[in-house]
Design a protein around this ligand. Structure first.
Ligand code: PHE
Length: 328
């Protein structure tokens, strides 16, 4: 028991010293022993011992009582419930780009598509040549990237997975391939050098533009859960023919023009088209037998559009307070 600094205990100690201390009352009485007869001394000694013992035991009992009151008071004030559940760990949540990706995966899995993966460090052949982009093709300039000394490169799009999937699984094929891609890109409100894409492809007999349009419409209404104004315009990608760019009317400015849509009122969110026969042939399939459609979508741009976020760079900021508002 910790001796308590209670004033009352000090008072008690003062009483003890006064009665029983070396210069106390009892000691004073014993000084008279010298003047007494042996018989008187014996009886006074006995008496003094008895008084001393009684005083000591009373003082001890009092002290113990006071200390236990003090201890109880302290225990009561310091009590806590060991069984109270701990405050709990704050759960994290998926990044808004991952949320878009997962939703699209769920949609396409429900439509019978496989989810495929491909390497981020890719061979030139898969990233360009097999996709109908020969070495001297100007499309290579539009997708400048980071090259390794051994001739491989950081893939500029998820389209190489088209070839890998066809080589591996053949036709008929229905697959999507989400993943990270890289470009030697000037970073601005709608461009990052490292970003995500989601590729989709269907190859079978008699696949037509009607299928492409059906799947793109299904995709857009699943992502935006509302009417969005879209515009389909011809777009050039060497691995599709015909090729289309699908734009949505900018949901940030409503089409009036802002930094995200580069003042155009429209945001490009996916490229698509009918798979070029040369691509089907690259993968070792007969292009007179099989046709297909493909698309490549930017999940980050989709997330920006969905939430009205005006700058892509903020999605990758190390300060996560911005992202925390997208917890679900
Ligand atoms: N790979 C193209 C890009 O990165 C997008 C695309 C994919 C276009 C599939 C058509 C078909 O821009």
């Amino acid at each position: 028991v910790q001796t308590c600094a209670l004033p009352i205990l000090d008072a008690l100690e003062a009483i003890r010293v006064e009665a029983l201390g070396r210069k106390g009352k009892l000691a004073e009485v014993s000084k008279t022993f010298g003047k007494l007869t042996p018989e008187e001394r014996a009886s006074l000694g006995k008496l003094l011992n008895a008084v001393k013992q009684e005083l000591e035991s009373n003082l001890d009992a009092r002290k113990a009582a006071l200390e236990s009151v003090a201890l109880n008071a302290r225990l009561a004030s310091e009590w806590f419930d060991l069984t109270t559940p701990a405050p709990g760990i704050r759960p994290g949540h998926l990044h808004p780009v991952t949320q878009v990706q997962r939703e699209i995966e769920d949609l396409f899995v429900s439509l019978g598509f496989a989810i495929m993966d491909g390497p981020e460090v890719e061979q030139e052949y898969y990233n360009f040549d097999a996709l109908n982009i020969p070495p001297d093709h100007p499309a290579r300039d539009m997708q400048d990237t980071f090259w390794l000394k051994d001739g491989r490169l950081l893939r500029t799009h998820t389209s190489p997975v088209q070839i890998r999937a066809l080589e591996k699984l053949g036709a008929p094929l229905k697959m999507i391939a989400p993943g990270r891609v890289f470009r030697n890109e000037e970073v601005d409100p709608s461009h990052e050098h490292t970003f995500y894409q989601l590729e989709g492809m269907m190859v079978d007999r008699d696949v037509s533009v009607a299928h492409l349009i059906y799947f793109m419409k299904t995709l857009l209404s699943a992502i935006f859960h509302r009417e969005v104004t879209v515009r389909l315009r011809p777009g050039f990608f060497p691995f599709v023919e015909p090729g289309f760019e699908l734009d949505i009317q900018c949901l940030i400015c409503g089409g009036k023009g802002c930094p995200v849509c580069k003042q155009s009122g429209w945001v490009e969110i996916l490229g698509s088209g009918m798979v070029h026969p040369a691509v089907i042939e690259s993968a070792g399939l007969d292009s007179t037998r099989y046709t297909g459609w493909a698309f490549g979508l930017g999940p980050a741009r989709t997330a920006l559009a969905r939430h009205g976020i005006p700058d892509i760079r903020i999605l990758y900021d190390s300060d996560v307070r911005f992202l925390e508002q997208f917890a679900r």
